[in-house]
Ligand binder design. Structure first.
Ligand SMILES: Cc1cc2nc3c(=O)[nH]c(=O)nc-3n(C[C@H](O)[C@H](O)[C@H](O)COP(=O)(O)OP(=O)(O)OC[C@H]3O[C@@H](n4cnc5c(N)ncnc54)[C@H](O)[C@@H]3O)c2cc1C
Length: 526
């Protein structure tokens, strides 16, 4: 055993809703180490605005939520998975309330249920428009009180340690001390979130570089349906703001989309207008912008009572005001941006992957709930429910007494310090722009083929840096962004149809049979 080794029963990578919920549930049965690559609250979860979808009103039903999810998933969602997750929703919401999450309530003290695109009923529990922050704080607070969970910040997982298709833990770079540690565990759980940073415009924070998906692919796990990147239709268009989402809940409360001349255009695209599923709204905006040559369209809620707008959307109101936009008086300039990864590491509802002793949960995983398109506010629900089932499965796996086996220390070889950090930023920017322009909302064979050629060249360069230079967080993320970009491009090329969020100019029709896109690597490296 090396002095840098950290040993536990269970290693959780990621401190969003999935990782924290899982760690809490397993804490009575195992010693848990939870690592996270930045400050502990930094996650997609922390920025979630609208809320969690669950059947909580007497006028709603599980059947209706299941149906809405299946319609949105466009033939690719797995009914059994959808039913199980939807039915579990109310219990998980209750559990979050017991943990201290303060969801917004009506004057009569009932949960205030929001409406969002694609939902046939009001069913989104929320904490005003700061739902994720409220959940993240409550989960972190609970974890801090659990003596069996040790949380380490500023540890970026680089690679999983795999022997004979069995996960032994991971290598992670301590970004403060610049050392690579072996985190050794009987069971490893990937809860590393999404991939938004693969794209130029995204609602996701910096951490969302697809690390878990890339690590799992390199470890030999199957990756599913990566072509389905969901673009959120309304992200603040402002030169000084890189990733601020304008929640769908505004449209749920009646906000309308207008072009620069003030014309409402959604009626030209869908009978549900602003409440059409996200992909349709995002494509409509994309088309309007291509037609007009404008930089943005406008989301207008200024005609609603200003007191209501301020109290229902304090986060969005405050943020926009900081840029000189008073949303009670003026429309908000918006554009679409990459938002959510419907694909990921193929798992069961309990997080099991093809690699032994490796589980994946949350946005990193692909359970079959979302299919070809995610229904709004179903992702926090999925993360919470799957963390629950994965914890149960993990307890069963631990009863089989898996061994914790040390693995070789990180081998820096002949690597030297990177001399010009600019090569990293240049490649990163190039990939993000390439993905935005060629693998965006509307796709074509020509653009995808171009993207594939470019990414292959970039990958070659990046792999060279990876072996030649001492590993840094930027290099780890760059390597992962490049691999995730490749997986998205390959999956988009393999799908010869338009379904859900994949819209192809060359294959505008939907095929009669819906099939998952599956990618699996030979194990490339450790
Ligand atoms: C702006 C915004 C608004 C949203 N609104 C909603 C909403 O209203 N409702 C809804 O259902 N969904 C919403 N979503 C989606 C939802 O927030 C995410 O899908 C969900 O929070 C994912 O949770 P997670 O635990 O899987 O990942 P995350 O919350 O992203 O957590 C991932 C964790 O892994 C860590 N990590 C990543 N890579 C590494 C590594 N290599 N080593 C160590 N740690 C690592 C990160 O630092 C982070 O702690 C929104 C997303 C965004 C960005």
């Amino acid at each position: 055993m090396n002095s840098l080794d950290v040993v536990s029963d269970v290693l959780v990578i990621g401190s969003g809703i999935a990782g924290l919920s899982f760690a809490l549930k397993i804490a009575d049965s195992a010693e848990v180490v939870l690592i996270t690559k930045k400050e502990k609250a930094e996650s997609n979860t922390n920025y979630a605005q609208s809320g969690i979808a669950a059947v909580l009103s007497p006028s709603d039903s599980f059947e209706a939520h299941v149906k809405d999810t299946l319609v949105c998933g466009d033939g690719l969602s797995k009914r059994a998975v959808v039913e199980k997750i939807v039915r579990e929703g109310p219990t998980r919401i209750q559990e979050l309330i017991e943990l201290g999450v303060k969801f917004s309530r009506t004057a009569k003290g009932k949960l205030d249920l929001g409406m969002e695109g694609g939902h046939s009923k009001r069913r989104v529990v929320h904490a005003k428009d700061l739902t994720g922050q409220e959940i993240e704080a409550a989960l972190l607070n609970a974890v801090s009180k659990s003596p069996s969970v040790k949380l380490f910040e500023n540890q970026i997982a680089i690679n999983l340690a795999i022997k004979q298709n069995r996960c032994l833990g991971c290598y992670a770079l301590d970004t403060e001390k610049s050392v690579v540690r072996n985190f050794i565990a009987k069971i490893t759980v990937l809860a590393t979130g999404g991939i938004g940073r693969v794209y130029l415009h995204t609602t996701n924070p910096d951490i969302a570089t697809g690390d878990g998906i890339a690590m799992a692919y390199r470890a030999g796990a199957t990756i599913m349906n990566m072509e389905f990147t969901q673009f959120h239709p309304t992200y603040l268009y402002h030169p000084n703001e890189e990733s601020f989402l304008i929640s769908e809940a505004l449209r749920g409360e009646g906000a309308v989309l207008r072009d620069r001349r003030g014309r409402q255009f959604m009626g030209d695209y869908h009978p549900m207008k602003e409440l059409a599923p996200r992909d349709i709204v995002a494509r409509a905006i994309d088309q309007e912008l291509k037609k007009s040559g404008d930089n943005c369209v406008f989301l207008d809620i200024s005609f609603k009572d200003s007191q209501f707008v301020r109290s229902r959307f304090p986060g969005i109101h405050g943020k926009c005001l900081s840029f000189g936009i008073d949303i009670t008086q003026n429309p908000i300039p918006v554009v679409p941006a990459a938002h959510y990864c419907c694909g990921g590491v193929r798992t069961t509802i309990a997080g099991e992957t093809d690699v032994k002793n490796l589980l994946a949960i949350g946005e990193t995983a692909c359970t079959g709930l979302h299919g070809a398109n995610r229904l709004a506010s179903n992702s926090l629900l999925e993360a919470s429910v799957c963390a629950h089932y994965a914890a149960k499965r993990c307890i069963e796996l631990l009863k089989k007494k898996p061994l914790s086996k040390p693995f070789a220390p990180w081998e820096p070889g002949t690597a030297v310090n990177i001399d010009e950090a600019v090569v990293i930023t240049q490649n990163r920017d190039e990939i993000r722009r390439l993905m935005w322009n060629y693998v965006g909302i509307v796709r074509s064979n020509k653009r995808l083929t171009r993207a594939k050629k470019r990414i292959a060249l970039l990958q070659e360069e990046i792999n060279q840096y990876y072996w030649d230079f001492i590993v840094t967080p930027d290099l780890v993320e760059l390597r992962n962004i490049a691999l995730v970009a490749e997986l998205i491009i390959d999956s988009a090329i393999l799908r010869k149809e338009s379904r859900g969020i994949q819209y192809s100019l060359d294959y505008p029709q939907k095929l009669s049979v819906a099939e998952d896109t599956l990618l699996r690597a030979r194990i490339k490296s450790l």
